[in-house]
Design a protein around this ligand. Structure first.
Ligand code: PDD
Length: 286
């Protein structure tokens, strides 16, 4: 089946979906994005993802490309036209097309708006979750505003490639104090030997993941002890469990960090349980 993308007001064949060479996303990575899980053809946690989009745009003084209600229609339509049952919807907003000039384009320049959707092999994801995955650590060399979900992802790209070249699924960024910040496209978690679920606070140094927010709710509902604090690479390596969270992976158990085995080298019960419960708590859109 041929894929379809939404580009600035039109649904076009994915293979011919284009933006202008002077789109500011292309020239300056002057844009923001969201990735929303699709499950059974429905968007997961759409409300929270769109709230975060609005925040990202506001922080960068960028306009919404359209109101939220039509945006929700475009998201659904793109998912439906691509017949995605299990997968992801991707949306991107940039500051629009204008003659290249670092400062903002003239008032009235229309933001560019693109939506795509694609299927993900759920069985393969489940296998990865059952086996657990490896991560490597890399220095965090990103700018300070990683709380904004911008398409400026070059450090993340380099980190993920480094992981791939070492046979790992994800790279965890580490700050100058040896503390884990987050993954190249996920949030990082550990479970300590006395059962404490630990993840870095979302005020600074990380993206406040939507999956992270939902997992915190699930953990609280389960009566798990949770601490939002930083943890070091050393603490992570000696933890009972480790895992990562993202819309595209939900809860993914981590069984090795820089080649050091975590726990007994298999996904732990806390990560498995949080993964199993996720879709009972997440908001599934109609
Ligand atoms: N990434 N941290 C970073 C740097 C991310 O890029 C992501 C998501 C997360 C997790 O956020 P959420 O739970 O809202 O997906 C944390 C998406 C999936 C991506 O870039 O593909």
């Amino acid at each position: 089946m041929s894929r379809v993308a939404y580009v600035n007001g039109r649904y076009v064949p994915h293979s011919r979906a284009c933006v202008h060479i002077e789109d500011r996303g292309y020239q300056f990575s002057d844009g923001v994005y969201e990735v929303c899980e699709v499950r059974g053809g429905h968007l997961v946690d759409e409300r929270r993802h769109l709230e975060r989009l609005v925040r990202s745009l506001k922080e960068l003084r960028m306009d919404m490309p359209m109101a939220l209600a039509p945006m929700r229609v475009v998201l659904r339509e793109t998912v439906a036209r691509n017949r995605v049952s299990d997968g992801i919807a991707y949306l991107q907003v940039t500051r629009g097309v204008a003659r290249r000039d670092h400062a903002f384009p003239p008032p009235g320049t229309r933001p560019s708006f693109v939506v795509t959707a694609r299927s993900i092999d759920r069985a393969r994801q489940e296998t990865a979750a059952e086996d657990g995955v490896a991560v490597v650590t890399v220095p965090d060399n990103r700018w300070e505003r990683v709380d904004i979900k911008t398409v400026s992802l070059l450090p993340n790209v380099m980190a993920r490639q480094a992981a791939r070249e070492q046979g790992a699924r994800e790279a965890w960024f580490v700050d100058s104090k040896g503390m884990v910040t987050e993954g190249s496209s996920s949030n990082a978690w550990i479970v300590t030997n006395d059962g404490l679920v630990v993840t870095r606070p979302a005020e600074r140094g990380i993206l406040k993941g939507i999956t992270r927010t939902v997992v915190l709710e699930i953990a609280a509902a389960q009566g798990l002890r949770v601490e939002e604090r930083g943890f070091s690479v050393d603490e992570a390596k000696t933890a009972k469990e480790a895992f990562m969270t993202a819309a595209s992976q939900i809860v993914m158990p981590v069984i090795a960090i820089d080649g050091s085995r975590i726990g007994n080298g298999a996904p732990g019960p806390v990560a498995r349980e949080l993964r199993a419960r996720f879709h009972k708590i997440a908001e599934i859109a109609s």
